[in-house]
Design a protein around this ligand. Structure first.
Ligand code: ADP
Ligand code: MG
Length: 326
């Protein structure tokens, strides 16, 4: 949106907010630069959020939106065993609402500062339609410690960080709610508006010899299936062991919370598989970032390429498998 003095002022404000990294070029030149680290793998990911599809500004304020836009990308890096470095942020917005850009930028910068991410550029364009925000994130990983979807092996246990269903429960309450929100919903709303991607947990997994992980922000059921397909293994998950968000159980009941935990999405947690011999040390090491719940195993009881849910030993089918983009 570089057409008038107002646009220059906006870029100047963004540049001041995001800062300039000491070891490269940030906002202001034709492109950003940073040192290429030797001995590491460059890891890149990008995510696009469209108003009306992925968020609504009556339920999510622009500052939280900025936070979440970066969180989604950070969670993908975490699931690779990578750490963040630099990000590019592109925004399409109706010029009549351009003041929202700085609020989005403030949310982005809060999480960037917390996670050692530099926002070094992007693009701002006018668009009469919905607000669109795209974040491209670049980071690095140890090449011999990458966490991949295709690395699950027969006999592995299946673990997960954190509790599930909190964000989906918040969304359910927001979409149903007329009156004021029950104070008991606070942890659910926090999970929905300000998710904390599991970067530290990803590092713990990578450094303790785990080789298979996936981010489950699109839903546990769909992501377990991705791992099973990519690895060519069968996965069995015991529904009774899925860790539920306590506030969701309190406000929505056990059954609904369980369904949201399996298929709801927007839980920025990591699903991973690992050799049973690692269980004790992983449980201790993950204590600082989400903890470990073992909820299943990689097993020949399930055909290769499939992920099954069992409850009291009986197979069940979750109502739907996670978020589908199209
Ligand atoms: P160009 O003409 O090279 O596209 P722009 O005028 O669009 O440059 O942008 C000027 C500078 O501001 C560039 O360094 C660009 O990366 C940065 N920039 C523009 N929009 C954003 C944004 N939304 N977030 C971060 N940086 C931005
Ligand atoms: Mg531009």
């Amino acid at each position: 949106m570089t057409e008038g003095p107002g646009e220059f002022a906006l870029i100047a404000e963004l540049a001041a907010l995001f800062g300039t990294p000491p070891d490269g070029l940030g906002i202001g030149d034709d492109a950003a630069t940073w040192p290429a680290a030797t001995g590491t793998m460059a890891v890149a990911t990008t995510d696009m959020l469209v108003e009306g599809i992925h968020f609504r500004l009556d339920w999510t304020n622009p500052v939280d939106l900025g936070w979440k836009a970066l969180a989604a990308n950070l969670s993908d890096l975490a699931a690779m065993g990578a750490m963040p470095g630099r990000a590019l942020v592109s925004i399409a917005i109706d010029p009549a609402r351009r003041e929202l850009v700085l609020d989005v930028a403030r949310g982005l910068q809060s999480l960037a500062a917390l996670t050692g991410t530099w926002i070094v550029g992007g693009d701002t364009v006018r668009s009469p339609g919905p607000l669109v925000i795209n974040v491209a994130l670049f980071g690095q990983a140890n090449p011999s410690r990458l966490l991949r979807r295709d690395a699950a092996r027969a006999g592995d246990l299946v673990g997960i960080t954190g509790v599930l269903g909190a964000s989906a429960a918040a969304l359910a309450l927001l979409s149903e709610g007329a009156g004021p929100m029950d104070p008991a919903a606070a942890p659910l709303l926090a999970a929905h508006h300000r998710p904390h991607p599991r970067l530290a947990a990803g590092q713990v997994l990578a450094s303790h010899g785990v080789r298979c992980a996936i981010d489950i922000s699109d839903g546990l059921a769909s992501e377990a299936l991705h791992v099973a397909r990519a690895s060519g293994v069968g996965i069995e998950i015991d529904v009774g062991r899925v860790p539920l968000a306590p506030a969701a159980v309190e406000l929505l009941g056990d059954r609904r919370s369980r369904e949201l935990a399996l298929t709801g999405g927007e839980d920025y947690e990591l699903l991973f598989t690992f050799d049973p011999g690692l269980r004790v040390e992983l449980a201790t090491a993950l204590d600082a970032d989400g903890g470990l719940t073992v909820l299943g195993e990689v097993t020949d009881r399930v055909p290769p390429g499939d992920a099954r849910f069992v409850e009291d030993g009986q197979p069940i089918e979750p109502a739907e498998r996670g978020y589908v983009a199209f």
